[in-house]
Design a protein around this ligand. Structure first.
Ligand code: 4NP
Length: 148
C-alpha cells in the first residue's frame, strides 16, 4: 500500500487489509510505504489513528518508511493510492512483469476507473470518506485473492 507520506492513506489501507486478513486467518505479508521519506520513522497521522480506532482497528504499530525499488521485487502487488503515486512507482519497475504489479487501489472497486483516493492531509473531514473507500477496496482484494 503506497501513498505520498505513508502517514495518512496507506497506513489505513495496510491496517484495514491486515485486519480483514487476520479475521480470515490469511497469512499475507501486508505492508505500506511512502514515495517520499519526509515522515520516515513517524507514527501514522493522529487523524488516521483515530478513524481506524473508531472501526476497531489499531494502526499504532506502524511507522512510516520510504518505498524502495526492492519492494517491487519483494511484493506480488503494489497498490498506489493516487495517480501521482502510480507514476512514481512505475519508475521503480524495470520489467513489464514488475510494471503489472503496480495497480491503482480503487480499480479493485471500479475497474479501469483509475480513480484516486483523495489526499486527506489538508482536509480533516476527509478521513471518514478515505476509510470507507479503502474498506470497500480491501473487501474486493480479499474476495479476489482469498484462495482458502
Ligand atoms: P499521505 O498524506 O500521502 O496519505 O500520507 C500526506 C502526508 C504528508 C504530506 C502530504 C500528504 N506532507 O505534505 O507532508
Amino acid at each position: 500500500m503506497v501513498c505520498l507520506g505513508n502517514i495518512c492513506r496507506s497506513p489505513l489501507a495496510e491496517g484495514i487489509l491486515q485486519h480483514k486478513a487476520n479475521q480470515l486467518g490469511l497469512t499475507w505479508q501486508i505492508d505500506s510505504a511512502g514515495t517520499l521519506g519526509w515522515h520516515a520513522g513517524e507514527l501514522p497521522d493522529s487523524r488516521s489513528i483515530a478513524i481506524a480506532k473508531k472501526y476497531g482497528i489499531d494502526i499504532t504499530y506502524q511507522r512510516s518508511r520510504q518505498f524502495s525499488t526492492y519492494d517491487i521485487e519483494r511484493f506480488d502487488i503494489i497498490y498506489a493510492m493516487d495517480a501521482s503515486n502510480y507514476r512514481d512507482l512505475i519508475q521503480h519497475a524495470h520489467t513489464s512483469e514488475e510494471k503489472e504489479k503496480v495497480k491503482m487501489i480503487l480499480n479493485e472497486v471500479a475497474p479501469k476507473g483509475n480513480r484516486s483516493v483523495p489526499d486527506p492531509y489538508y482536509d480533516s473531514d476527509g478521513f471518514e470518506d478515505v476509510f470507507q473507500m479503502l474498506d470497500k477496496a480491501c473487501d474486493e482484494i480479499i474476495r479476489k485473492y482469498n484462495r482458502q
